[in-house]
Design a protein around this ligand. Structure first.
Ligand code: AMP
Length: 415
Protein backbone atom coordinates (compact mmCIF):
# COMPACT_ATOMS: atom_id res chain seq x y z
CA UNK A 1 0.00 0.00 0.00
CA UNK A 2 1.15 3.58 -0.51
CA UNK A 3 0.20 6.59 1.55
CA UNK A 4 -1.28 8.35 -1.48
CA UNK A 5 -3.64 5.45 -2.24
CA UNK A 6 -4.85 4.75 1.28
CA UNK A 7 -8.26 5.96 2.46
CA UNK A 8 -7.55 7.51 5.88
CA UNK A 9 -11.12 8.81 6.35
CA UNK A 10 -12.32 7.66 9.79
CA UNK A 11 -9.17 5.57 10.35
CA UNK A 12 -6.69 5.68 13.20
CA UNK A 13 -3.13 5.65 11.88
CA UNK A 14 -0.19 4.78 14.11
CA UNK A 15 2.82 6.59 12.67
CA UNK A 16 6.45 5.93 13.59
CA UNK A 17 8.10 9.32 13.34
CA UNK A 18 11.58 10.49 14.26
CA UNK A 19 11.03 13.11 16.94
CA UNK A 20 14.46 12.54 18.45
CA UNK A 21 15.10 16.29 18.41
CA UNK A 22 17.94 18.01 20.26
CA UNK A 23 16.91 19.77 23.50
CA UNK A 24 18.74 22.34 25.61
CA UNK A 25 19.10 22.23 29.41
CA UNK A 26 15.63 23.79 29.81
CA UNK A 27 14.05 21.15 27.58
CA UNK A 28 13.58 23.59 24.69
CA UNK A 29 14.00 22.24 21.17
CA UNK A 30 17.13 23.66 19.53
CA UNK A 31 16.46 22.28 16.04
CA UNK A 32 12.99 21.21 14.88
CA UNK A 33 14.03 19.89 11.46
CA UNK A 34 12.79 16.40 12.33
CA UNK A 35 9.35 17.62 13.36
CA UNK A 36 9.06 19.65 10.17
CA UNK A 37 10.24 16.63 8.17
CA UNK A 38 7.29 14.57 9.40
CA UNK A 39 4.63 17.23 8.70
CA UNK A 40 3.74 16.32 5.08
CA UNK A 41 2.76 12.79 6.16
CA UNK A 42 0.93 13.93 9.29
CA UNK A 43 -0.96 16.66 7.51
CA UNK A 44 -1.93 14.36 4.66
CA UNK A 45 -3.51 11.88 7.10
CA UNK A 46 -5.31 14.58 9.08
CA UNK A 47 -6.55 16.37 5.94
CA UNK A 48 -7.89 13.05 4.64
CA UNK A 49 -10.01 12.70 7.80
CA UNK A 50 -7.84 10.29 9.78
CA UNK A 51 -6.60 10.53 13.35
CA UNK A 52 -3.00 10.14 14.46
CA UNK A 53 -1.20 8.10 17.08
CA UNK A 54 2.40 9.29 16.96
CA UNK A 55 5.28 7.26 18.34
CA UNK A 56 8.99 7.96 18.52
CA UNK A 57 12.07 7.46 20.61
CA UNK A 58 14.14 10.24 22.13
CA UNK A 59 17.75 9.78 23.15
CA UNK A 60 19.03 6.63 24.81
CA UNK A 61 17.12 6.01 28.06
CA UNK A 62 18.17 2.31 27.88
CA UNK A 63 14.78 0.90 28.82
CA UNK A 64 14.19 3.16 31.82
CA UNK A 65 11.91 6.14 32.40
CA UNK A 66 13.86 9.40 32.26
CA UNK A 67 12.06 12.73 32.68
CA UNK A 68 14.81 14.47 30.72
CA UNK A 69 13.99 12.33 27.70
CA UNK A 70 10.22 12.67 27.92
CA UNK A 71 8.50 13.44 24.63
CA UNK A 72 6.06 15.58 26.62
CA UNK A 73 8.60 18.37 26.15
CA UNK A 74 7.97 18.58 22.41
CA UNK A 75 4.19 19.02 22.66
CA UNK A 76 4.17 22.85 22.36
CA UNK A 77 6.26 22.74 19.16
CA UNK A 78 4.36 19.81 17.69
CA UNK A 79 1.00 21.34 18.49
CA UNK A 80 2.04 24.60 16.88
CA UNK A 81 3.41 22.83 13.80
CA UNK A 82 0.19 20.85 13.36
CA UNK A 83 -2.04 23.80 14.23
CA UNK A 84 -4.10 21.76 16.70
CA UNK A 85 -3.93 20.34 20.23
CA UNK A 86 -1.85 17.23 20.87
CA UNK A 87 -2.97 14.72 23.52
CA UNK A 88 -0.33 12.79 25.41
CA UNK A 89 -0.16 9.16 26.55
CA UNK A 90 2.33 9.06 29.46
CA UNK A 91 2.76 5.28 29.15
CA UNK A 92 3.12 4.17 25.55
CA UNK A 93 2.10 0.58 26.37
CA UNK A 94 -1.10 1.60 28.16
CA UNK A 95 -2.73 3.93 25.67
CA UNK A 96 -5.61 1.70 24.47
CA UNK A 97 -8.38 3.85 25.93
CA UNK A 98 -6.94 7.14 24.68
CA UNK A 99 -6.36 5.68 21.23
CA UNK A 100 -9.88 4.23 21.06
CA UNK A 101 -11.39 7.61 21.96
CA UNK A 102 -9.64 9.49 19.13
CA UNK A 103 -11.92 11.28 16.68
CA UNK A 104 -11.11 12.31 13.12
CA UNK A 105 -8.48 15.07 13.11
CA UNK A 106 -7.26 14.35 16.64
CA UNK A 107 -3.67 13.63 17.57
CA UNK A 108 -2.24 11.45 20.36
CA UNK A 109 1.49 11.41 21.09
CA UNK A 110 2.87 8.36 22.91
CA UNK A 111 5.64 8.70 25.50
CA UNK A 112 9.21 7.77 24.49
CA UNK A 113 9.14 4.17 23.22
CA UNK A 114 12.62 3.49 24.57
CA UNK A 115 11.42 3.80 28.14
CA UNK A 116 10.57 0.14 27.45
CA UNK A 117 13.54 -2.16 26.71
CA UNK A 118 11.16 -4.11 24.45
CA UNK A 119 11.37 -1.32 21.88
CA UNK A 120 15.00 -2.11 21.05
CA UNK A 121 14.57 -5.77 22.00
CA UNK A 122 17.94 -6.15 23.69
CA UNK A 123 18.17 -7.69 27.17
CA UNK A 124 19.23 -5.12 29.75
CA UNK A 125 21.35 -5.64 32.86
CA UNK A 126 22.91 -8.88 31.66
CA UNK A 127 26.33 -9.32 30.14
CA UNK A 128 26.73 -11.05 26.78
CA UNK A 129 29.25 -13.43 28.39
CA UNK A 130 26.69 -14.52 31.02
CA UNK A 131 25.51 -18.12 30.35
CA UNK A 132 21.93 -16.93 30.91
CA UNK A 133 22.26 -14.30 28.15
CA UNK A 134 20.84 -16.45 25.33
CA UNK A 135 17.72 -17.25 27.35
CA UNK A 136 17.33 -13.58 28.29
CA UNK A 137 17.64 -12.67 24.61
CA UNK A 138 14.92 -15.15 23.63
CA UNK A 139 12.63 -13.89 26.39
CA UNK A 140 13.20 -10.33 25.27
CA UNK A 141 12.41 -11.16 21.65
CA UNK A 142 9.04 -12.56 22.62
CA UNK A 143 8.39 -9.58 24.95
CA UNK A 144 9.24 -7.35 21.99
CA UNK A 145 6.58 -9.06 19.88
CA UNK A 146 3.99 -8.53 22.62
CA UNK A 147 4.99 -4.86 22.91
CA UNK A 148 4.69 -4.39 19.12
CA UNK A 149 1.32 -6.17 19.16
CA UNK A 150 0.05 -3.78 21.85
CA UNK A 151 1.14 -0.75 19.81
CA UNK A 152 -0.48 -2.23 16.71
CA UNK A 153 -3.76 -2.77 18.58
CA UNK A 154 -4.22 1.01 18.87
CA UNK A 155 -4.70 1.59 15.15
CA UNK A 156 -6.25 0.54 11.85
CA UNK A 157 -3.10 1.15 9.84
CA UNK A 158 0.66 1.60 10.31
CA UNK A 159 2.84 4.23 8.64
CA UNK A 160 6.63 4.27 9.01
CA UNK A 161 8.09 7.72 8.37
CA UNK A 162 11.22 7.43 10.53
CA UNK A 163 14.07 6.98 8.08
CA UNK A 164 16.64 7.76 10.78
CA UNK A 165 15.83 4.46 12.52
CA UNK A 166 14.97 2.40 9.44
CA UNK A 167 18.22 0.44 9.81
CA UNK A 168 17.06 -0.85 13.21
CA UNK A 169 14.80 -3.85 13.70
CA UNK A 170 12.92 -2.37 16.63
CA UNK A 171 9.35 -2.96 17.80
CA UNK A 172 8.02 0.28 16.32
CA UNK A 173 10.16 0.33 13.18
CA UNK A 174 9.79 -3.22 11.94
CA UNK A 175 8.21 -5.83 14.26
CA UNK A 176 4.89 -3.94 14.48
CA UNK A 177 4.43 -4.32 10.71
CA UNK A 178 3.78 -8.06 11.22
CA UNK A 179 0.47 -7.16 12.86
CA UNK A 180 -0.91 -5.34 9.84
CA UNK A 181 -1.76 -6.88 6.48
CA UNK A 182 -0.14 -5.50 3.33
CA UNK A 183 -3.15 -3.25 2.62
CA UNK A 184 -2.84 -1.46 5.96
CA UNK A 185 0.86 -0.65 6.20
CA UNK A 186 2.88 1.82 4.22
CA UNK A 187 5.91 4.11 4.12
CA UNK A 188 5.36 7.77 4.96
CA UNK A 189 6.12 10.55 2.50
CA UNK A 190 9.54 11.32 4.01
CA UNK A 191 10.51 7.65 3.88
CA UNK A 192 9.33 7.41 0.28
CA UNK A 193 11.57 10.36 -0.62
CA UNK A 194 14.57 8.87 1.18
CA UNK A 195 14.10 5.47 -0.45
CA UNK A 196 13.78 7.15 -3.86
CA UNK A 197 16.95 9.19 -3.23
CA UNK A 198 18.93 6.03 -2.48
CA UNK A 199 17.40 4.40 -5.55
CA UNK A 200 18.60 7.34 -7.66
CA UNK A 201 22.23 6.85 -6.65
CA UNK A 202 22.26 3.05 -6.58
CA UNK A 203 20.03 2.02 -9.44
CA UNK A 204 18.62 4.88 -11.56
CA UNK A 205 22.08 6.30 -12.18
CA UNK A 206 22.54 9.02 -14.78
CA UNK A 207 26.18 9.13 -15.84
CA UNK A 208 28.77 10.25 -15.16
CA UNK A 209 28.32 9.46 -11.46
CA UNK A 210 30.75 11.12 -9.04
CA UNK A 211 30.76 10.20 -5.36
CA UNK A 212 32.67 12.28 -2.83
CA UNK A 213 33.58 10.42 0.34
CA UNK A 214 35.21 12.35 3.14
CA UNK A 215 35.52 12.06 6.88
CA UNK A 216 38.19 10.87 9.21
CA UNK A 217 38.56 7.12 8.71
CA UNK A 218 38.64 4.61 5.87
CA UNK A 219 37.65 1.81 8.24
CA UNK A 220 34.18 3.27 8.92
CA UNK A 221 33.48 3.90 5.23
CA UNK A 222 34.82 0.72 3.73
CA UNK A 223 31.41 -0.91 3.18
CA UNK A 224 30.19 2.11 1.25
CA UNK A 225 33.37 2.57 -0.74
CA UNK A 226 33.30 -1.09 -1.77
CA UNK A 227 29.68 -0.89 -2.92
CA UNK A 228 30.24 2.45 -4.68
CA UNK A 229 33.15 1.05 -6.68
CA UNK A 230 30.52 -1.03 -8.49
CA UNK A 231 28.39 2.01 -9.27
CA UNK A 232 30.41 5.18 -9.81
CA UNK A 233 32.54 6.55 -12.62
CA UNK A 234 34.57 8.82 -10.32
CA UNK A 235 35.26 8.36 -6.63
CA UNK A 236 36.74 11.36 -4.85
CA UNK A 237 38.30 10.40 -1.53
CA UNK A 238 39.04 13.30 0.78
CA UNK A 239 39.24 14.29 4.45
CA UNK A 240 41.41 12.47 6.95
CA UNK A 241 41.12 9.25 4.92
CA UNK A 242 43.39 10.76 2.30
CA UNK A 243 46.55 10.22 4.31
CA UNK A 244 46.05 6.49 4.75
CA UNK A 245 45.96 6.26 0.95
CA UNK A 246 48.91 8.61 0.47
CA UNK A 247 51.05 6.73 2.99
CA UNK A 248 50.08 3.39 1.43
CA UNK A 249 51.37 4.73 -1.90
CA UNK A 250 54.69 5.71 -0.30
CA UNK A 251 54.05 9.44 0.30
CA UNK A 252 55.20 11.53 3.26
CA UNK A 253 52.25 12.52 5.47
CA UNK A 254 53.94 14.19 8.48
CA UNK A 255 51.70 13.89 11.54
CA UNK A 256 48.45 13.66 9.55
CA UNK A 257 45.73 11.32 10.79
CA UNK A 258 46.38 7.82 9.44
CA UNK A 259 45.11 4.29 10.05
CA UNK A 260 48.29 2.25 9.78
CA UNK A 261 46.39 -1.02 10.04
CA UNK A 262 44.40 -0.07 6.90
CA UNK A 263 47.30 0.56 4.54
CA UNK A 264 46.80 -2.73 2.70
CA UNK A 265 43.08 -2.05 2.48
CA UNK A 266 43.83 1.32 0.86
CA UNK A 267 46.04 -0.41 -1.73
CA UNK A 268 43.28 -2.98 -2.37
CA UNK A 269 40.76 -0.18 -2.96
CA UNK A 270 43.13 1.53 -5.41
CA UNK A 271 43.60 -1.78 -7.20
CA UNK A 272 39.88 -2.53 -7.35
CA UNK A 273 39.16 0.95 -8.70
CA UNK A 274 41.66 0.36 -11.50
CA UNK A 275 40.17 -3.02 -12.34
CA UNK A 276 36.64 -1.63 -12.41
CA UNK A 277 37.58 1.38 -14.51
CA UNK A 278 36.70 3.82 -11.71
CA UNK A 279 38.64 7.07 -11.60
CA UNK A 280 39.76 7.33 -7.95
CA UNK A 281 40.64 10.94 -7.21
CA UNK A 282 42.75 12.04 -4.22
CA UNK A 283 43.69 15.57 -3.23
CA UNK A 284 46.82 16.71 -5.09
CA UNK A 285 47.60 19.42 -2.53
CA UNK A 286 46.86 19.84 1.15
CA UNK A 287 46.54 22.68 3.64
CA UNK A 288 48.80 21.62 6.49
CA UNK A 289 49.00 23.00 10.03
CA UNK A 290 51.64 22.83 12.74
CA UNK A 291 48.95 22.16 15.38
CA UNK A 292 45.39 20.85 15.47
CA UNK A 293 44.00 24.33 16.17
CA UNK A 294 42.18 27.17 14.43
CA UNK A 295 45.09 29.58 15.05
CA UNK A 296 47.81 27.17 13.91
CA UNK A 297 50.38 28.21 11.33
CA UNK A 298 49.47 26.87 7.91
CA UNK A 299 50.94 26.30 4.47
CA UNK A 300 49.96 24.46 1.30
CA UNK A 301 52.04 21.54 0.07
CA UNK A 302 51.68 18.48 -2.17
CA UNK A 303 49.60 15.81 -0.39
CA UNK A 304 52.46 13.32 -0.69
CA UNK A 305 55.19 15.66 0.59
CA UNK A 306 53.95 16.89 3.95
CA UNK A 307 56.88 18.08 6.10
CA UNK A 308 57.62 16.35 9.42
CA UNK A 309 55.56 17.74 12.33
CA UNK A 310 52.89 19.20 10.02
CA UNK A 311 49.45 17.66 9.57
CA UNK A 312 46.96 17.72 6.69
CA UNK A 313 43.81 19.61 7.70
CA UNK A 314 42.03 20.38 4.43
CA UNK A 315 42.35 19.96 0.68
CA UNK A 316 44.35 22.69 -1.04
CA UNK A 317 43.31 25.12 -3.82
CA UNK A 318 44.51 22.91 -6.70
CA UNK A 319 42.47 20.03 -5.31
CA UNK A 320 39.37 22.23 -5.19
CA UNK A 321 39.82 22.86 -8.93
CA UNK A 322 40.54 19.17 -9.59
CA UNK A 323 37.47 18.01 -7.64
CA UNK A 324 35.28 20.67 -9.32
CA UNK A 325 36.12 19.14 -12.70
CA UNK A 326 34.72 15.75 -11.64
CA UNK A 327 31.76 17.19 -9.75
CA UNK A 328 30.62 19.79 -12.24
CA UNK A 329 30.68 17.35 -15.18
CA UNK A 330 28.64 14.73 -13.28
CA UNK A 331 24.96 13.92 -13.76
CA UNK A 332 24.64 11.99 -10.46
CA UNK A 333 26.42 13.11 -7.29
CA UNK A 334 26.63 11.67 -3.81
CA UNK A 335 28.44 13.50 -1.00
CA UNK A 336 29.17 12.09 2.42
CA UNK A 337 31.78 13.42 4.81
CA UNK A 338 33.82 16.64 4.94
CA UNK A 339 37.03 17.32 3.01
CA UNK A 340 38.82 18.65 6.07
CA UNK A 341 38.45 19.67 9.70
CA UNK A 342 35.51 21.83 8.67
CA UNK A 343 34.50 22.60 12.27
CA UNK A 344 37.34 25.15 12.20
CA UNK A 345 36.54 27.88 9.64
CA UNK A 346 40.13 28.02 8.49
CA UNK A 347 39.93 24.39 7.34
CA UNK A 348 36.39 24.46 5.93
CA UNK A 349 37.30 25.94 2.55
CA UNK A 350 37.67 22.58 0.79
CA UNK A 351 34.28 21.34 2.00
CA UNK A 352 32.75 24.67 1.01
CA UNK A 353 34.25 24.45 -2.48
CA UNK A 354 32.75 20.96 -2.85
CA UNK A 355 29.35 22.26 -1.72
CA UNK A 356 29.47 25.09 -4.28
CA UNK A 357 30.51 22.70 -7.07
CA UNK A 358 27.61 20.40 -6.21
CA UNK A 359 25.16 23.32 -6.30
CA UNK A 360 26.54 24.37 -9.69
CA UNK A 361 26.25 20.84 -11.10
CA UNK A 362 22.70 20.59 -9.76
CA UNK A 363 21.72 23.83 -11.49
CA UNK A 364 23.04 22.23 -14.69
CA UNK A 365 20.69 19.28 -14.27
CA UNK A 366 22.60 16.82 -12.10
CA UNK A 367 20.90 14.82 -9.34
CA UNK A 368 22.71 15.41 -6.04
CA UNK A 369 22.23 13.58 -2.75
CA UNK A 370 23.88 14.87 0.41
CA UNK A 371 24.03 12.62 3.46
CA UNK A 372 25.70 12.57 6.84
CA UNK A 373 25.62 15.24 9.54
CA UNK A 374 28.82 17.05 8.58
CA UNK A 375 28.15 17.44 4.85
CA UNK A 376 24.59 18.50 5.59
CA UNK A 377 25.85 21.06 8.14
CA UNK A 378 28.23 22.42 5.52
CA UNK A 379 25.47 22.79 2.90
CA UNK A 380 23.20 24.47 5.46
CA UNK A 381 25.93 26.83 6.65
CA UNK A 382 26.36 28.05 3.08
CA UNK A 383 22.58 28.33 2.59
CA UNK A 384 22.77 25.94 -0.34
CA UNK A 385 20.09 23.53 0.91
CA UNK A 386 17.64 24.52 -1.82
CA UNK A 387 20.32 24.25 -4.50
CA UNK A 388 20.93 20.52 -4.15
CA UNK A 389 18.49 17.77 -5.10
CA UNK A 390 18.06 16.02 -1.78
CA UNK A 391 19.42 16.21 1.74
CA UNK A 392 18.97 12.96 3.60
CA UNK A 393 17.67 13.00 7.18
CA UNK A 394 19.21 9.62 7.96
CA UNK A 395 22.80 9.25 9.14
CA UNK A 396 23.41 5.55 9.81
CA UNK A 397 20.35 4.49 7.84
CA UNK A 398 21.52 6.27 4.70
CA UNK A 399 25.02 4.85 4.99
CA UNK A 400 23.70 1.30 5.39
CA UNK A 401 21.35 1.76 2.45
CA UNK A 402 24.24 2.96 0.27
CA UNK A 403 26.30 0.00 1.39
CA UNK A 404 23.56 -1.98 -0.33
CA UNK A 405 22.01 -3.38 2.86
CA UNK A 406 18.26 -3.91 3.04
CA UNK A 407 16.83 -1.65 5.74
CA UNK A 408 14.57 -3.61 8.15
CA UNK A 409 12.15 -0.66 8.41
CA UNK A 410 11.64 -0.66 4.66
CA UNK A 411 11.64 -4.45 4.26
CA UNK A 412 8.96 -4.81 6.95
CA UNK A 413 6.59 -2.88 4.71
CA UNK A 414 7.74 -3.63 1.18
CA UNK A 415 8.58 -7.28 1.87
P1 AMP B 1 33.43 10.94 9.94
O1 AMP B 1 32.74 10.96 11.27
O2 AMP B 1 34.31 9.76 9.71
O3 AMP B 1 32.49 11.23 8.77
O4 AMP B 1 34.45 12.15 9.98
C1 AMP B 1 34.08 13.47 10.21
C2 AMP B 1 35.21 14.15 10.89
O5 AMP B 1 36.39 14.04 10.10
C3 AMP B 1 34.99 15.64 11.11
O6 AMP B 1 34.83 15.88 12.47
C4 AMP B 1 36.29 16.26 10.58
O7 AMP B 1 36.82 17.24 11.43
C5 AMP B 1 37.22 15.08 10.48
N1 AMP B 1 38.30 15.31 9.51
C6 AMP B 1 38.18 15.64 8.22
N2 AMP B 1 39.37 15.83 7.67
C7 AMP B 1 40.31 15.62 8.63
C8 AMP B 1 41.71 15.69 8.67
N3 AMP B 1 42.42 16.01 7.60
N4 AMP B 1 42.33 15.43 9.85
C9 AMP B 1 41.60 15.11 10.94
N5 AMP B 1 40.26 15.02 10.96
C10 AMP B 1 39.62 15.28 9.82
Amino acid sequence: MTINNYQFQGKRAIVRVDFNVPLDEQGQITDDTRIRGALPTLQKILNDGGSLILMSHMGKPKGKVSEKLSLKQIIPNLSQALGRPVQFAPDCAKAQAQAAALKAGEVLLLENLRFYPEEEGKPVGIDKADPAYEDAKKAMKSAQKEFAKTLASYADCYVNDAFGTAHRKHASTAVIADYFDADNKMLGLLMEKEVQAVENVLNNIRRPFTAIMGGSKVSTKIGIITNLLNKVDNLIICGGMTYTFVKAMGGQIGTSICEDEQLQLALDILDQAKQKGVQLVLASDTVVADRFAEDANTQVCPSNAIPDNWMGMDIGPDSCVLFAKYIESAKTILWNGPAGVFEMDKFAKGSEAIAHSIAKATSNGAYSLIGGGDSVACINKLHLADQVSYISTGGGALLEAIEGKILPGVAAING
